[in-house]
Structures are given as C-alpha cells and as structure tokens.
Write a protein that binds this ligand. Structure first.
Ligand SMILES: [Zn+2]
Ligand SMILES: [Zn+2]
Length: 707
C-alpha cells in the first residue's frame, strides 16, 4: 500500500495524537468488550501481609547521571510554545537548561499547529492579524527567543501554514475541498462512486486551498509579522503544513480549473480523479504536476515575504518523506522537492516518523538519499525525528542514518524536560558504546498463556485438557512457555499446573479470580495480590511474574509486586503496527530506586483477533507474523504473544499458534524464552548498554518467594 491512500500525517506533530488515537481505536473496543464480561468476585480478602514481611525489590534502578561530554544530540529541537513557554519568568532558566542539555538550535513555534492547547492557527506573538494564544499577548515568546539567543542557542521560527483552523473558521471560502468519498470500507480501486446528490467535493476541515490568493497573502503576512516580531534573534524560518492533505485535494473550482488548463481539457470534475489515478492517465499527470506547482508558488510567496524584511534569513520547509521516494505515486502532499528548491527553499527537512507509518529506519535512510538526489545540491536536506521514541527505536534510527551526514532534529509534542533530552543522549551513548545495533537483532519471543476462567468468568467449561493440548504442542515444538495463571484456577486444577511447571514452563500469576484490580480499593488490590501469590507458594511453584487481568494494573498493585520481589509485570500491551512500548524497568511509586521489569504483550491477542476483529484462525496467525516481522525489523528485543488456554484449545486456533511458532522458528533473530528469561535479558541489556543501569538484588534463583 502506498502511503498516499490514507490520511497519513499532517505536520510535525499530529503524529503523536494520531498514534494515540489509533492505539485507543484498537484497544478501546477490546477493553470495552472485555469490560462487559468482568467476572465480579465476592470473596472476602484476607488481611494483607505487613510490608516488613516482604522480601523487597528484585530490581534496583540506578540514579547515576549520564556522561554527556561526547554526546552530539540533540543539537536541534522543535519547541512547541504552549508546553515549553508557559511563563515568561522561566525564559532564562529554560534557555540555560536547554543549552546545558546540548541544544544548539531551536525551531521555536510562532503559530499553533493543531487545535489542542489553542485553536490551530493562533499566534504566539502579539498581532492583529489572527487570534493570539491566551497569555502570549504579552510578547513572552520574544523573551524566550531572546533568552535562547543569550544562551548561545540559534533561534529559528517554526511556522505552520496551510493547516489553519482559525483562518478556516473566519474565512470558510478559503477552505480546501477534497473528493467526497461515498462511504468507507471500499477497496482502493472502485471505492469512489458518484454521490446520489451529485455532490462530489467536501470541505477539508482546517485546511486551506494553496491556490487561493488570499490564503497565500494571509499566510505570507503572518510569516513576515513573525519575523518582524523577533528579527534581532532570528536566524531562519521553517514553514510547515506547506502541502495538500489528501490525494484528492484541492478540488475547488479554482484548482479544477488550473488542472483542466494543464491537461488541455475544457473542464475537469472532481469525480474524474479517482479513475485518473487508477489509470495513471494524462489527467493524473496534470493533477500531480499542478499540485507541485501550487505548493512551489506558496513557497515562493513565503520566500518573498521574508526577503522584504530580512533578506538573509534561512528558509526551511518541513515535508513528508513520501515524495522523496516517488512523487508520481504519492500525491498527497504536492511537495515536489525539485520544485521547492526552485522556489528558493534553503533546506528540505523530511519528517522521519517512520514508525507512525509502519515503515522502517532503513526506509527513512533511503528517503533521505532520494531527497538529496532530487534537490541536486540546491538545498540542504535534513530530517526531524520523533523525540519520544523508545531508546531502542531511537538507537535503531540513528544506526540506520549513520552513513547520512545531514542534520537530525528532534520533535517532541510536550515539554522538553531534561529526562526527554536525556533519553536521546542515552540512545546515542548506548549506540556509541555498542558500535552498531546488533544485526540481526535478537528478539526474545515469549508465548504467554493467560490461564483463567472463560469470558463469562466461569470455570465450568475450562478443563485441564485445554492446558495439556498446549503442553503437547510446546513439547512437539520444543519451546518454553509462560502460563499466567489465576490463583483460583490453580486451586481447582493444581495437578496440571504442576505438570506445566515440571515440564520447564514458567508459571506466573494472573490475580486470584481474574479481578478487575483498578476498580477496587487499594487494600483489596493488595490483598488479591497476596492471596494469589500464596496459592502458588503453597503449591511450591516459584513465581517471578504477574499480569493484571485486562491490564488493570495500579500503582498499589505494582508497588506490592515490587515489595514481593517479583521480577516482571506483564500488565501492558501495544500493537507494533501503530505504536510501541519498550520493555524496561518501571520504578515503584514510593521508591524510585526499586522497580520491576514491564514486559508488554502484543495486540491483537487471540481474543482481540477472533472475537473483536473477527479474523479467521489463519488470519490471526498472519496478523501475528506481520507484527513479529515489524518487531524484528525495528530491532525491538521482545515479542510477547498473548493467548488464552480456553480460546487456543479450539483446534483451528491451536493450529494458528503452531503455524506462528513455526514461522518464528524460520527467523533466526528469534529466541523462544520464558518471560522470566526475557526480563533478565532486558535487565542485562540495560546494564550493558549504558554502563550503569539496573541491578538486581542477589535474590536466589529462581525467584522463590520468602517463606
Ligand atoms: Zn483549491
Ligand atoms: Zn486474563
């Protein structure tokens, strides 16, 4: 699939929001659905153990500062105004802290990008041209710019342009139009059909038509005013949202007229365009060329506006990376890099958010090389990376870009706290220490079976044979697994749990009766943890891990797990296609030196796949395979498959698990391990890579609970 077919990204920062929205779009329905099946237990919990009875944390988290003298990143950061410049009294301290943290160049936000803290299009400097963000009427942004310049940081203005909800609200006639899509759910080809009402275009909310002369004038006036507001401290301007937002935008009469002229036709209708794409017809060529020209003219207008007041300012343009690979196919942006250079843009900054688009660091490296070819040395090529990726993903990205010498800037949606900057330095330091990312990376693969009552909370239909069918499968495939087991089930069926334990599999704990922990008072949560662990202690099964039912983890539960000396907590999940969670130590809420390794599992699990997404069993296996490949390709060190004994015991589902296991065996980067071993690997890598990190206590192995 080409990225052009969907509304991908819309600027430096919407990515974070998009990612979260997708995450909840996937998880939300699942959580809701599970919620309906919450089995409410009525047991009266025993009194909790006193804290002094507990063995204490297995994982210690170090506090030593990082050695930063050799670290080159982050040199350039994009600084959003609302979270970073709330109080003018902080300007000097903020600037000095950023300078100490290695920042040498800041792209400072002069106009709001999306509507969240403020309406998109609001200004962060006093001006009658557009609404000014509340609090910024006092000119505080200038104070920050001045303070940064004084701290030796180069200041550039970051100005989002054509995504401008404030302007769209005040001037509805400026809004871009795109081809109306009848309904969702159609395949890419043949998805469009003529609307019954005959309406073929719809408004793109918040996006302005790049060909509208008043739009260009308005945005150019704002850019010029931004420069004038802060001229003595500015070294450059970076424009963003300088593009169309959709393959089939803009289809206002002006844009269709321009397309018809280029195509040598009397007229063009919005409804002609989907077929033109399907056939790659001459109309399509005219459409894409015309869009590139329109964006070039916007860039031209901005260049001229800046030169009127400051001829020597550097002009950068933040662009989506897709056009670098194939402009003819990816028309979403209209960002033809060669044409942007002709407009006098000094720097093309590719937005390198590869993980948001299910792409890879290697893809980004290729995009940058292509961008250099297309700019013919007429503009500098740089890229901006996610500032809030995991350390592992940042390392993988920097590793892929090691042969590319251009500037790597970083974007962060929130406040650039020292910890965020430290994460970037840590990634660079770790990479410097290990040389290259291990290639191929070793991905620990954990098969985790939630061993529990069925979705109605009933134990009647679950039986030992379900577990035995899995034990046979794991024996045949010669792999270890981890049974995350409810205490009550272990009381009902102790023999088969002991069988799994004796076969070398790990037994971990899944509360007592699959309770929704976060719905109960803290004391009850703690009592459930204690009660469930006590069941396995009586059975003589050593426990080092816990997973809260439906990820209903709370600080009280996690603290209690840490106090019990547990090594890992499996109460988080993510879909590698759209998001990430790093396996790493999380600190206790009361003692930041004591912690536990959090091992997130992958969604969809078997419940999501079969019961929420209604995938067939082979489709479920394929979904897991896709995510495993993605995990390996991004050199993520952990993949936890989540399944349930009462779901996979069905023959088709069991076959899907077998198919997935065999697929994983063909990937030599994968090692099947228990969750306990995976957690140890996470700790060992942490310790090795930054030279100071986590230690664990000399707890006896395996992790027998005290008493
Ligand atoms: Zn238009
Ligand atoms: Zn469960």
């Amino acid at each position: 699939m080409t990225p052009s077919s969907s509304a991908v990204d819309s600027g430096l920062r919407v990515k974070a929001v998009l990612c979260l929205m997708l995450f909840f779009a996937v998880l939300g329905p699942g959580l809701w659905h599970l919620w309906k099946y919450t089995p409410w237990s009525s047991f009266v919990p025993p009194a909790p153990l006193l804290a002094t009875d507990l063995p204490g944390a297995a994982v210690e988290i170090p506090q030593a500062p990082l050695e930063t003298s050799q670290i080159a990143i982050p040199r350039t950061i994009v600084l959003r105004a609302a979270p970073n410049c709330p109080d003018p009294a902080d300007a000097a301290a903020t600037a000095q802290r950023l300078a100490r943290d290695g920042v040498r160049r800041v792209l400072l936000q002069f106009k709001q990008d999306e509507t969240d803290e403020f309406e998109g299009g609001s200004l962060f400097f006093p001006s009658p041209l557009a609404p000014v963000a509340a609090g910024f009427e006092d000119g505080r942004l200038l104070r920050f710019a001045e303070a940064m310049a004084a701290a030796g940081i180069e200041v550039c203005a970051w100005v989002p342009l054509l995504h401008d909800p404030a302007a769209a609200r005040l001037h509805p006639e400026w809004q871009a139009q795109n081809v109306a899509v009848e309904e969702e759910g159609h395949a890419l080809t043949g998805w469009w059909s003529r609307s019954k009402s005959g309406r073929m275009s719809k408004t793109q909310p918040g996006w302005l038509c790049p060909r509208h002369p008043d739009v260009r004038r308005y945005e150019a006036t704002i850019v010029r005013a931004a420069v004038e507001s802060c001229r003595p401290f500015l070294r450059g301007v970076y424009v963003d949202f300088i593009r169309f937002d959709d393959d089939f935008s803009c289809v206002c009469p002006r844009c269709l007229g321009a397309t018809a002229k280029l195509a040598g036709k009397k007229s063009v209708k919005a409804g002609d365009l989907p077929a033109a794409l399907a056939n790659r017809s001459s109309l399509w060529k005219a459409w894409t060329a015309g869009r590139g020209d329109a964006i070039r003219e916007v860039a031209d207008t901005m260049r001229n506006a800046i030169e009127e007041v400051a001829p020597d300012l550097w002009l950068g343009a933040c662009v989506l990376p897709f056009s670098a690979n194939d402009y003819r196919l990816n028309t979403q942006s209209g960002q033809d890099l060669t044409k942007l250079c002709l407009a006098g843009v000094d720097e093309i900054m590719l937005m390198g958010y590869w993980d948001d688009w299910a792409l890879s660091p290697g893809w980004l490296a290729e995009s940058l090389r292509n961008a250099e070819r297309q700019t013919h040395g007429e503009a500098r090529v740089s890229c901006v990376l996610d500032g809030d990726m995991s350390v592992q993903r940042t390392m993988a990205t920097l590793d892929a870009l090691r042969d590319w010498k251009g500037e790597r800037a970083f974007f962060h949606y929130g406040a650039w706290r020292s910890e965020v900057l430290a994460g970037l330095r840590q990634a660079e330091a770790r990479l410097a220490e290990i040389g290259r990312m291990p290639s191929p990376a070793s991905t620990a693969l954990v098969v985790r079976i939630d061993t529990e009552p069925d979705s109605n909370g009933s134990y009647e239909k679950v039986n030992p044979e379900m577990i035995r069918s899995l034990l046979r499968l794991f024996a045949e495939e010669d792999i270890p697994a981890t049974f995350v087991t409810c205490g009550r089930l272990a009381e009902i069926e102790p023999e088969v749990i002991l069988e799994a334990h004796r076969a070398g599999h790990e037994i971990a704990v899944h509360a007592y009766d699959h309770e929704q922990l976060d719905e109960r008072p803290d004391a009850e949560q703690i009592a459930i943890v204690d009660r469930s662990l006590a069941v396995f202690r009586r059975l003589g099964v050593p426990i080092s891990g816990f997973a809260a039912p439906r990820n209903s983890i709370t600080p009280a539960v996690r603290d209690r797990l840490i106090a019990h000396g547990l090594l890992w907590d499996g109460s988080e999940a993510y879909d590698p296609q759209i998001s990430w969670l790093n396996a790493e130590a999380a600190a206790s809420s009361t003692n930041d030196r004591a912690g536990i390794v959090v091992l997130p599992f992958i969604v969809p699990n078997d419940w999501d796949a079969r019961h929420l997404q209604h995938l067939s069993a082979p489709e479920m296996a394929a979904a897991w395979e896709t995510r495993l490949v993605k995990t390996i390709d991004t050199r993520t060190n952990l993949f936890v498959l989540g399944i349930h004994q009462w779901i996979v015991a069905e023959p088709g589902n069991l076959d899907a698990v077998r198919r997935f296991i065999r697929f994983a065996k063909t990937r030599r980067e994968c090692r099947f391990v228990t969750a306990r071993e995976a957690a140890r690997q996470v700790l060992a890598e942490g310790a090795r890579a930054d030279g100071l990190a986590w230690r664990w206590n000399d707890a006896p192995e395996p992790f027998h609970l005290a008493r």
